[in-house]
Design a protein around this ligand. Structure first.
Ligand code: TYD
Length: 244
């Protein structure tokens, strides 16, 4: 069995409703439905922020409790790590150090916010998660998917998204959209070639993890993009019998 097969398994979840079963003396005593973990991925400028806030409104209109987080960041400790990562003064940062810092920020966010929220039945909508590390550090920085996933196994501790929306826009369009946005951070200011590799990385991940990835054409009008996302989420809610 290749390392891929052994480390990819946790990503591919079954279609069944997830339950946390609490056992007392060998008898299932209590069953609690977990929240849905949704992540958004894509290049800078792919329109994630707009879509994420629409998803929140949609889920809340379905009577669900929603927690929104972003990576890197989302906790006091993770935001401090974010400052180090994105600081343009840290141009000399080694790719491995970068990957480990993203993983450290993620470890804190997962332990402090994501895992407890899901366990309490809340949905979590995350602006980037482990796939960003695979695409940016694994493919963009050329550390390799396997190595970056290995680092992140400790950070996520078995917590993987149920659904990952990849907002697909060509790298040239992404760079055009971000160029007028003001000061670029350390990752944004990378050469076009880097962003093209990241794009390729996301496409490969979408093929590898086809079970959880939903690739959406991000070049469409925001209303059309959110209509597609909501349709997918409606199906997911019905499947989970939470209902809409
Ligand atoms: P941010 O301003 O949050 O970008 P965006 O709003 O587009 O998500 O900056 C995060 C940057 O860090 C972004 O360029 C993507 C990059 N990144 C990685 O390289 N690896 C990671 O694991 C994550 C989470 C983000």
């Amino acid at each position: 069995m290749s390392i891929w097969e052994t480390i990819c398994d946790p990503f591919e979840k079954s279609d069944s409703v997830q339950h946390d079963q609490v056992w007392y003396n060998g008898i299932v005593n209590e069953t609690m439905v977990k929240g849905i973990f949704i992540s958004f991925e894509g290049l800078d400028g792919s329109g994630k922020s707009t879509q994420i806030s629409r998803v929140r409104s949609f889920l809340e209109s379905c009577g669900r409790r929603v927690v929104m987080v972003r990576e890197p960041g989302g906790t006091v400790i993770s935001e401090k790590i974010r400052e180090i990562i994105l600081d343009v003064g840290n141009r000399g940062m080694a790719p491995a150090a970068e990957a480990l810092l993203y993983a450290a920020s993620r470890a804190q966010l997962t332990a402090e916010v994501i895992r407890p929220s899901l366990d309490a039945g809340m949905d979590v909508v995350c602006d980037r998660y482990v796939d960003s590390s695979l695409a940016y550090q694994g493919w963009g920085r050329q550390l390799g998917f396997e190595q970056v996933l290995e680092i992140n196994r400790l950070s996520v501790n078995g917590t993987f998204p149920d659904i990952t929306f990849l907002l697909d826009i060509p790298p040239e369009e992404a760079m055009r959209r971000t160029s007028g946005k003001g000061r670029a951070d350390r990752i944004e200011e990378e050469a076009p070639e880097f962003h093209r590799r990241v794009y390729e990385g996301f496409n490969r991940l979408a093929a590898l993890y086809a079970g959880r990835y939903r690739v959406i054409d991000g070049t469409g009008l925001p209303g059309e993009v959110s209509r597609q996302i909501q349709q997918i989420l409606k199906k997911e809610l019905i499947k989970r019998r939470g209902g809409v």
